[in-house]
Write a protein that binds this ligand. Sequence first.
Ligand SMILES: NC(=O)c1ccc[n+]([C@@H]2O[C@H](COP(=O)([O-])OP(=O)(O)OC[C@H]3O[C@@H](n4cnc5c(N)ncnc54)[C@H](O)[C@@H]3O)[C@@H](O)[C@H]2O)c1
Length: 455
Amino acid sequence: MTDTKTQLLDKINDHTGIVAIVGMGYVGLPLAVAFANQGFDVLGIDVDSGRVAAINRGESHVQDVPSSVLARFTSFAKPGDSESADGQGPQRAGSIRATTDYGVLAQSDAVIICVPTPLNKTRDPDVRYLIAAGESVAQHFHPGMVVVLESTTYPGTTQDLLLPMLEQGAPVGIGRDSWRVGRDFFLAFSPERIDPGRTDWRVENTPKVVGGMTPACQEVAVSLYSQAIDRIVPVSSPAAAEMTKLLENTFRAVNIALVNEVAIMCDKLGLDVWEVIEAAATKPYGFMKFTPGPGVGGHCIPLDPHYLSWKLKTLNYNARFVQLAGEINSEMPRYWVDKVQDTLNDARKPLKGSRVLVLGVAYKKDIDDVRESPALDIIELLHEKGAEVRFHDPHVANLSLNEMILHCEPDLGEAIGLADCVLVATDHSLYDWAAIARQARLIVDTRHVVPALHV
Ligand SMILES: NC(=O)c1ccc[n+]([C@@H]2O[C@H](COP(=O)([O-])OP(=O)(O)OC[C@H]3O[C@@H](n4cnc5c(N)ncnc54)[C@H](O)[C@@H]3O)[C@@H](O)[C@H]2O)c1
């Protein structure tokens, strides 16, 4: 008789296994497409019924997944079809079906959890979504399944939070004393490395770190991801994989903070920080180029390092780099608002009552995601100081900020013409910087994109 692991590996290797993905957001949806593209039938579970219905209509809410691509899989291509969706040759075509019903886990072989891991008001980990998803999976999963957590989290989450839920059948205490991880079911952590808006490094060709609870868990999880991703990097435990992700993002947060502080120092020294950075970047070894800006945004860099420092606090250790980097990066919006004030002052205008147009509000170029965007802090600070703030972003129609709702200016040229000062917060490729420089009365450029002569 073949054992549980062998049966599961067989289904994974011949792509007949059904992959469930919990949380169909920026991470879950591209992952669903990556598996479906390899012929897997994917079930997307999400608590947002509107999102579920839209996915089933083939409408993508994630910029990196065009609706035309999603629709190929949601039009219920069935196992046995002879062409892959990308036309790369004969293989069974995969499908994607979304649902709010965790009951579909009864027919699934793998479940990958990609729910949000934000911070709460005191900037500590908010694992509410993780616990809710873990409890729902625990109630519905069955022997012979592999469960993988992808949400970014503190080292120890998979082992200390998720494993007990699965073993005990939380929260109802189904009493699974006989279910053993590594024998009856398999558990691993594998961090997502997606970089929204990026086209060169995608889910399929970005190496994937995987840490299993046991050697058997590792084997199953590596095998699962190998079906859809080119290179897998096994590490010795889920905690090592969790820490890997936090090192990557803390590395970015710290280096961005360093270069932001260098920008402030150069400003005080009367030096051009960009000249200094470009010169340093000619060193062929030992230097990695980071660029200063308005601060950090998105779901990762501003938040993830706090997961690490929180965990270390429980071990009576103060993660000093994380704290300092967070302080410097979050002070950047104020630094740029001061620059707007100084620039207007030089033109004999007070900030109070001046019209300031913020160009770009997404947290980085060419995407529509405004989560944690430093542009939002800049707008709020400008507003607090009495400026009349407008925004324009080719990717963002509306912004809701505390009590304010702002709409994207419909006519960019007109908005620039009316502004006393233009602040460049996001360097979207769609902008014609030379034209903007010609039209604007005053410009404050946080991204160093406006041609120098015009600033
Ligand atoms: N966005 C990124 O660029 C990125 C990159 C790497 C890692 N991550 C990490 O991946 C995780 C997911 O991030 P995201 O950006 O995809 O979030 P998201 O908000 O885009 O999507 C999460 C989805 O989970 C759903 N959800 C919430 N609770 C649920 C539950 N109990 N059951 C089922 N569905 C539930 C939400 O409705 C939403 O659709 C986070 O831990 C994040 O830190 C994100």
